[in-house]
Write a protein that binds this ligand. Structure first.
Ligand SMILES: [Fe+2]
Length: 216
């Protein structure tokens, strides 16, 4: 594999941004876990933290495979790092100033911010893999196929958690764990369907509670 050809064809800054996003993700999940109160959410984020650590390795391997130093600084990754550090600082601020329930919501929002970028990176890397020449594709496609589904889960499930934690804080009927979690959503269409299904879940929960109260 001649790296000169690959370097000419691969938008390297996206790869560096993707690596920096994953590295920031490790810090973000580590901090978010300190603010997570819900046991199911903690379990979920612990799993995502381990997967994110693996994504750091996957992207480092791609860069190494292309003959690129994973530690090289680029303008793009600098911005990504700044945003990641800011999200960690926001959560630290919440842990000092907010009540535990509100701080948990801040953590969930910060994870959604980070995972939105992460999800976009991998979507673009998937597009690159489809257009790439054979050598590039051999590096990118297996990584994309391995990581893509995990990224869908990280984003859609945490978005569901954020919405339902907000509903709970607003003292409105919440569906916890969120339907995205129960239905094991892993794409945008399923996420929309899960969100729609929450109304039925809320009605069923309310009816069950009313029945229980009457039986007492
Ligand atoms: Fe990731």
């Amino acid at each position: 594999m001649t790296n000169n050809t690959l370097l000419a064809n691969v938008p390297t800054d996206l790869l560096y941004q993707a690596l920096e996003t994953e590295k920031g993700g490790v810090q973000i999940y580590t901090t978010a876990l300190r603010l997570a109160i819900n046991k199911d959410l903690r379990e979920e984020w612990n799993k995502y933290l381990e997967q994110t650590k693996n994504h750091v390795q996957v992207l480092s391997n791609i860069l190494n495979g292309l003959g690129l130093d994973p530690n090289t600084e680029t303008p793009g990754r600098k911005i990504v790092r700044y945003i990641g550090t800011s999200l960690v600082k926001a959560m630290e601020m919440a842990s000092r100033c907010a009540d535990p329930q509100a701080a948990q919501i801040v953590a969930a929002e910060c994870v959604v911010h980070a995972e939105t970028k992460d999800h976009l990176n991998w979507e673009l890397l998937g597009e690159l893999a489809k257009q790439a020449n054979a050598d590039e594709s051999a590096l990118l496609m297996p990584a994309y196929q391995q990581v893509e589904q995990e990224e869908d889960e990280h984003l859609y499930h945490t978005a569901g958690w954020t919405r339902e934690l907000w509903m709970e804080a607003l003292r409105m009927p919440a569906v916890l764990p969120p339907p995205e979690e129960v239905r094991k959503v892993d794409n945008a269409i399923e996420a929309a369907q899960a969100k729609k299904s929450r109304t039925a879940n809320v009605k069923a929960n309310t009816a069950a509670k009313a029945k229980k109260a009457t039986a007492r």
